[in-house]
Design a protein around this ligand. Structure first.
Ligand code: ZN
Length: 133
């Protein structure tokens, strides 16, 4: 398994449009696209920063994982995604090394990526996403 870079940082926000103002008006970055990912009940805004991205995540459903995250912890960094070359190989490597996986098979991720989440119990409390684009 080879980790290429930090693919993106996922930030849970209550209001996507309002939150974008900070990144665009203050930091001078640009949101290049938004996408609703029905499976994860989330609307995502993609903001490139150098060779990585910030992804703002707004829940589209009060029972969705982002809504639950904000309810428990408030707005903030929700996950970090690492780019991998081969998602199946990465999942098998993680499992072989004793990492508890939330996803044992790849699922669809925003932007057309194939992703899998590692359980925070195996990663010092950080929700880590493996992402193959
Ligand atoms: Zn992500």
């Amino acid at each position: 398994m080879k980790v290429g870079k930090v693919d993106h940082i996922g930030i849970a926000v209550k209001d996507l449009e309002a939150s974008l103002k900070f990144y665009e008006d203050i930091l001078g970055l640009e949101c290049i696209a938004t996408e609703v990912v029905e499976e994860q009940k989330v609307k995502v805004a993609f903001i490139p920063v150098g060779d990585t991205e910030v992804e703002l995540l707004e829940s589209t459903d009060e029972a969705g994982p982002i809504a639950k995250f904000i309810e428990k912890k408030g707005e903030g960094i929700q996950h970090i995604a690492f780019k991998v070359d081969n998602i199946e190989e990465a999942i098998e490597t993680m499992k072989a090394k004793g990492v508890r996986m939330i996803d044992e098979t790849p699922r669809y991720g925003a932007g057309g990526a194939r992703i899998a989440f590692c359980h925070p119990k195996s990663t010092n409390g950080v929700l880590i996403e493996l992402s193959e684009r």
